[in-house]
Design a protein around this ligand. Sequence first.
Ligand code: ADP
Length: 748
Amino acid sequence: MAVLGDRGVASLLSALAEAPDLPAAASFLLAQLVDITGAPRALVLRLDPAYEGLVYVASVGFDPEPARLSIPLVDLSNPVVISTLALVPVRGNKSLGFRALAGLEEWLLLPMSQPRQRGAPERMAPQRASELIASPGIAVLEPAARRLGVAPAGIVLFEGPIDDDAVAEATEVLALADPIVSRIATLDLAQELADQLAQRRDRLTLMVDSLPDPVVITNAANDIIAQNQRAERLLHVRDDDSPGRRRAIELNNLLFTSFLSKAAMAGVQQSGARELNLVDPDEGNDLLFEVLAHPLGERVGPEDAVLSVLRDVTDLRRAANELERQVQRVRQAEIGVRGERDRLNLVLENVADPILVTDERSNIILMNDQAEQLFQMTEMEARTRRELTAVRGNDTKFTSFISEFALLDDDSRRERMTLVYPRTGMELPVEVVSGKVKNQRGEPIAIVSVLHDLTKQVENERLYEALKRLNSELENRIKEATADLAEQNARLQWQSQEVERANKLKSEFLASMSHELRTPINALIGYSSLLLDGVLGDVNPKQRDALARGRAAAEHLLALINDILDLAKIEAGKMPLRLEDVSLRDVMLEVTQQIEPMVRKKQLEFEIDVDPDCPAIYTDRTKIKQVLLNLLSNAVKFTTKGRVSVETRCAADGVRIDVVDTGIGIRPSDLEAIWEDFRQVDQSRTREFGGTGLGLSITRKLLERLGGKVIVKSTYGEGSTFSVYLPLRVASGIGAEYTEENVTAVGD
Ligand code: ADP
């Protein structure tokens, strides 16, 4: 112990034991050894924990430090490896062949040992080391002392020639320091392992904590011995927890413990997943877990430990429930739809018109019985070829209509078409009314079509057309007839003009002839009267009778001619008026005197009643007389028994004279005819009553001239009343048309 001495070694070892770790210990030891050997450079290599090679630990004098230096143990030609494994010092003056140790020509290797442990590398026999090293320039030195129970641990490399004393001292110090360094290395290794373990534990904890599911390990007493963060939130009370949270967690612990107890009692067979209800301490709502329990055995901790993974299935369950509800709802809807469809079918079957529902590809998907009669018939059903053709024809017409409609944007469409009843072959005119059924997105999904039977309408239209044709034909015929009528009318008009002209000519002729006719008749009457009066000598009774008859015939002829002439004058507008104030009473008296002999002859009652208050009326006296004579003579003529009376009434606007008889009367059917010229109701009785049939005609015309009128009321077989109305004054206009010439002409 030339350099250090015993105390020095003791203090070195003591200081070495204080080193915090292996590199510090190695550096410290190396510094001491360099002091002893005087080597300019030195380094320490240690076997790595897996004993696969030597790695750098500490160095002195190297610049830079060969920190990356490592030597594999498999290279058994290397003196460093041999020295390490055989625990023999080796000296040499030959390069070791490592780039990190460049310039190291002369060196000394001193092996480091450690107590022999399980797994440490076997020590190489010194004999074998000498054989392996047999090389010029390298020499195996005698080890300091042969020790048992040691194994290789590393090596110290020195540079330069080192004398034997220094080698011996360094070897001794190293032998003393070896156990301490070994212990420090072991500690280092343990520390390292502990660090690695801690790291792994932290990682595992992090892993378990980051699991969303609570994970709990419990012992046989169901006490929790480990749990992850998620479990802690549910099951572990912290100091700062609110009372609410505490209660929730206590409750959870109770629930969890009772769950574990039940699971334990149920046995291993049923240790599968089971449901556990807990409370969320933060939110307060119910949580549902599925618990997967794994008995851990002795792998971890106590024997009966059980690992429980709580899978949160709250949301899952909620989703499942929701799904179940949805399924129920769908099922309910399905039932509803089925009911709806049944109702729809009922409606379809009960509608008299054919109804068809087609899908978006114009295929018929639904139809009622009425539609089936038109559109459905298989080849099997069809009794004849014609029936099948009819069905196909119907289908083609309908489908082409629907396909066209489907392509349009319109929501509805109507069209007339003629289908055929397959069974009867009869035509069926229909109006197809179709509407689109759309889904919520407005896309058409079906088309509903109703076929209205137009048979009646078509028939009506046909009838209407026929009626129209008939109508127009009728119209044409009426037009033709009207044209005929117009022609006839024109002809009639022309004829009436002709007649009128002829009439006028006739009247004019008669008026001019009157004079010529009356003169000879008056001569006849006059000479007859002279003979009858005996002025020209006596006449015997036979001659008298003949004369009387001749005179009567002449008088009748004169009356007839007078009447005819009167009428002719009136019609020719040549009847002059001689207007004056006329007393009705006087006129009546004159007329009575003339009529009286006839009345007396027929032994009739006769009465005249003239209103004494009647004023004189301004009229034509002669014509009034003629009127009254005509009416009175008719009354007497046509009355065989009873009475004839005349009644005169005056009013502010005129006079009314009624000539009343109880004679033969006039049939209602003859009341109009009696006013016509030459009209006698009963020709056969002319002889009996006499007359010309002109009296009433003249009467009426005379009264018209005087601004009056005459009307008759009669009951056949009982009598007649002829009423004359006269104005108090003949209007001046009426007489004005008569000229002085007319008056003169009347003078005869
Ligand atoms: P006649 O000269 O024939 O009387 P009238 O013109 O005076 O011609 O009369 C026409 C006809 O009217 C008569 O033939 C007679 O048939 C009928 N008639 C006129 N007055 C009366 C009467 N008072 N009662 C019954 N029939 C009368």
